[in-house]
Design a protein around this ligand. Structure first.
Ligand code: GLU
Length: 491
């Protein structure tokens, strides 16, 4: 039988990076088996619905290139893909369940349920429905229905038994039925709860494998009971562990900015992001760490996903990102940067747009190894594109470099300026810049740092930047002279 998987998010906000890993595992597994990966929007809980979250979800998936084979944007035979558009379907299946006596009407008021819960909490007991309405006589039930009392429909969890299911990652899981609540399946407003809708839809959409977060393990017995109540085949379950921040807190919606969009906005490249998160909680059993999507598809094994939570380490992600950045040809990298800026920082794009391509290339060649993510790009490159900052005396006077005073700065910069103006200097040739400067410094019996430190600061006005001679190569003769002169003027 061919594999069918699904990602079934509730549209309650942005896409969490942990959810992206769940999508990725679904995707890798499905593509490897030549199956079909579906997207279904579980929006029956209207109170938690957040406007715009479906669009955000679709955009995030498209941005990282994990496109479902079927979903709201590319419907196939299994739609509709929004649960809110499937209400009539649920009605039909509810009737079946009632006929089979697998569920019952519950007339308990929300006040009574709250009271019950408080009581149980005070006694330190698990909070569960006490089954009061499960044993109403048919006459009592009819009477209350005729009186127009509001009701919910609850699952009749069998008593004194165990519910078991197998999980690819955790093997067999068994839960005593006394620990499973008589779950509400249909709410008082007639809407199905997640538990009911998920089972009906997973069956109707032909889902063979449910790969989802392990927070759904406690719900799974209810789903298993429902599949059994309908007489449907139970899909294979694989519950993946959560991601944990370095400080061991679960990667929850409240811990920092963990949305996929936030990572993309900081210019983590989709390929680096996917590569990194694929390895969180799964071991490909090779020392090769940089893996393309197609390599991942080939190698992925669901049964090798770990049970324990996986630690998300932003410094590791930075490392993956920088590996990808360094692997790109300068031209490709520049295009990626421009695409990024167009989406997230049009102002900076406008600023750099007028500079010649060759200038960008030179900058990128110098900075490629330091560029970890986009946020760094602007910070690392602003001084190339913007006017020179005001003279920072504390920075340029540097005792370690034997620059004791502004007079020393001036002396060194005049010396450097003469070299910059010299006919012997070829600013298009990095080697010759180096040769000329180092030779002349030696001849003049100066120390390298004595000249190159103030020169570097005069060109960049930065604490950290490439070496002075690399900056000359990037800026070219004219701009280098202009910057040195500007600094000299301020002394
Ligand atoms: N709608 C559930 C969620 O928001 C889906 C759980 C599942 O995959 O069954 O995560």
């Amino acid at each position: 039988m061919s594999i069918v998987t699904r990602f079934a998010p509730s549209p309650t906000g942005y896409v969490h990076i942990g959810s992206l890993r769940t999508v990725l595992y679904n995707y890798l597994y499905t593509k490897q088996k030549g199956g079909k990966f579906m997207l279904r929007i579980e929006d029956t809980d209207r109170a938690r619905f957040v406007e715009g979250s479906v669009e955000n979800l679709l955009n995030s998936l498209a941005s990282v290139g994990l496109i479902p084979d079927e979903g709201p944007n590319n419907p196939g035979d299994s739609g509709p893909y929004y649960q809110s558009e499937r209400l009539d379907i649920y009605k039909v299946y509810l009737e079946q369940l009632l006929e089979r006596d697998k569920c019952y009407h519950c007339f308990c008021s929300s006040e009574r349920l709250t009271e019950l819960r408080t009581e149980q909490q005070e006694l330190g007991l698990p909070t569960k429905y006490d089954k009061k309405c499960r044993f109403l006589t048919p006459e009592e039930k009819k009477e209350r229905l005729d009186a127009g009392e509001s009701y919910t429909i609850r699952l009749k969890v069998p008593e004194n038994t165990e519910i078991s299911f197998t999980d690819t990652i955790r093997w067999k899981i068994t839960i005593p039925s006394k620990d499973v609540d008589d779950q509400v399946l249909i709410k008082a407003d007639g809407f199905p709860t997640y538990h009911f809708a998920v089972v009906v839809d997973d069956h109707l959409m032909g889902i063979t494998d449910i790969i989802r977060g392990d927070e759904w393990i406690p719900s799974t017995p209810k789903h298993v009971l429902l599949f059994e109540a309908f007489g449907w085949e139970i899909p294979r379950f694989s519950h993946v562990p959560p991601l944990i921040w370095m400080n061991k807190k679960k990667l929850s919606k409240r811990t920092g900015d963990v949305s996929v969009e936030a990572f993309l906005e900081k210019w983590y490249l989709p390929e680096a992001l996917l590569n990194y998160i694929s390895l969180l909680g799964w071991n490909p059993k090779t020392t090769q760490e940089i893996l393309s999507l197609s390599e991942l598809i080939e190698m992925f094994k669901l049964e090798d996903v770990h049970r324990a939570g996986a630690v998300f380490d932003i410094e590791r992600l930075d490392w993956f990102n920088s590996q990808y950045i360094m692997s790109y040809e300068t031209e490709t990298l520049l295009n990626k940067i421009k695409t990024y800026l167009k989406r997230y920082d049009q102002e900076y794009l406008d600023k750099i747009q007028d500079f010649p391509e060759e200038f960008h290339y030179k900058i990128l060649r110098e900075l490629k190894t330091r560029l970890k993510k986009m946020a760094d790009f602007k910070e690392l490159t602003a001084y190339f594109y913007e006017d020179l900052a005001e003279l920072d005396i504390e920075l340029i006077v540097n005792k370690k470099m034997k620059i004791e005073s502004l007079a020393d700065v001036k002396d060194s910069l005049w010396f450097a300026l003469k070299l910059l103006e010299s006919d012997k200097l070829d600013t298009e040739n990095q080697e010759s810049i180096k040769e000329l400067f180092l030779e002349e410094i030696k001849k003049a019996d100066r120390k390298n740092g004595q000249v190159l430190w103030p020169l570097r600061v005069a060109l960049s006005m930065q604490q950290f930047s490439p070496w002075a001679l690399e900056l000359i190569y990037v800026f070219g003769r004219e701009k280098s002279i202009e910057r040195v002169q500007k600094t000299l003027k301020q002394i």
